[in-house]
Write a protein that binds this ligand. Structure first.
Ligand SMILES: [Zn+2]
Length: 317
């Protein structure tokens, strides 16, 4: 646990034998050490004004676990193994009864229920999505500005977005509000219509529910177009129910959510899925392949993808 200038550890979270410890044990110790050190800045140097802001301390420290451990031991591929934790957050957040990351807290004990996967893993995931959207260097500069501005003081969630938005010259507060103050996450459906790629969003839930149909997010989307041996990358922010973009000439396959860092599911419809299968799923990055298969499985369970289509996909693994 973090205290200003004095981090306390359970022995099991600090002591591990490098020769006999399993990879999971080594990773766990590295994670906890990185996490608690990150709290020196997020939590101690800058403290959240009140308990409703707990998520930011914990999500940021969780995000830093991956960032620091990935830098220290790139061969551990920490962002790939984070896919498993993110998948667990998706499972909880796909329930109609899920909660927003941040909600009003009156008494400190009301925050007890916040120490969960939505605060830590979903929180870290949406930070990763934002970092990839505005770029790691800009993201880091924005964090530095936030820490400088609020050092030895208190801050709220919006203060971080304000700093990141100022440095990125983008409306970060508007982008992030939907991810923090709304429950759940979107499903993005991608399909080819003529010479265009159509992208649409709806909330993903395992059970269909009337009350969720109006929700909208500002969704950072990275798309990779494969065009006869070369690739083109496209970034956009889906703010409406749907949008369409022109397809580059000669495109042979398209992957939506390139890098797999977005906290949303994607349904590659019809010919898009077929093209990915034809080019071979091994050509996708590990995180992308994991996302493609788990998104297909989740949408199959939710009754949005026919079972044969899912089986066709797994047959190619
Ligand atoms: Zn923590």
């Amino acid at each position: 646990m973090e205290n200003l200038g004095a981090i306390t550890f359970r022995e099991t979270a600090l002591l591990v034998d490098q020769r006999t410890g399993t990879h999971a044990e080594l990773e766990r110790v590295a994670d906890v050490v990185a996490h608690e050190n990150a709290h020196m800045w997020f939590g101690d140097l800058v403290t959240m004004s009140w308990w409703n802001g707990l998520w930011l301390n914990e999500a940021f420290a969780t995000f830093m676990e991956m960032l620091a451990v990935d830098d220290w031991k790139p061969e551990w591929k920490r962002w790939e193994s984070f896919s498993v934790a993110r998948a667990a957050a998706f499972s909880v957040d796909g329930l109609v009864s899920t909660r927003p990351i941040e909600y009003p807290v009156r008494a400190p004990k009301d925050a007890d229920a916040m120490f969960d996967i939505l605060t830590y893993e979903k929180g870290a995931s949406v930070l990763r999505m934002l970092e990839q959207h505005i770029g790691p260097t800009v993201f880091r500069d924005g964090v530095r500005q936030y820490l400088r501005t609020h050092a030895y003081g208190n801050a709220d969630t919006k203060d971080l977005w304000t700093s990141l938005g100022a440095v990125a010259h983008q409306p970060v507060p508007e982008l992030m509000d939907g991810w923090i103050f709304q429950p759940g996450f979107p499903l993005v459906t991608a399909e080819v219509q003529g010479s265009q790629l159509r992208l649409s969003q709806q909330r993903f839930t395992y059970l269909s529910q009337e009350s969720t149909t109006q929700q909208l997010w500002q969704i950072p989307i990275q798309i990779r177009f494969s065009i006869r041996g070369r690739t083109e990358h496209h970034k956009l922010l889906l703010t409406e129910r749907e949008t369409s973009i022109d397809l580059p000439a000669g495109v042979t396959s398209i992957f939506v959510n390139e890098g797999g860092h977005g906290f949303y599911r994607v349904r590659h419809q019809g010919v898009l899925l077929q093209q990915l299968l034809d080019q071979g799923l091994k050509r996708l990055a590990v995180i992308e392949r994991f996302a493609l298969v788990s998104d297909a499985w989740a949408t199959t369970i939710a009754g949005m993808t026919p079972l044969p289509e899912y089986l066709r996909l797994t047959h190619h693994l």
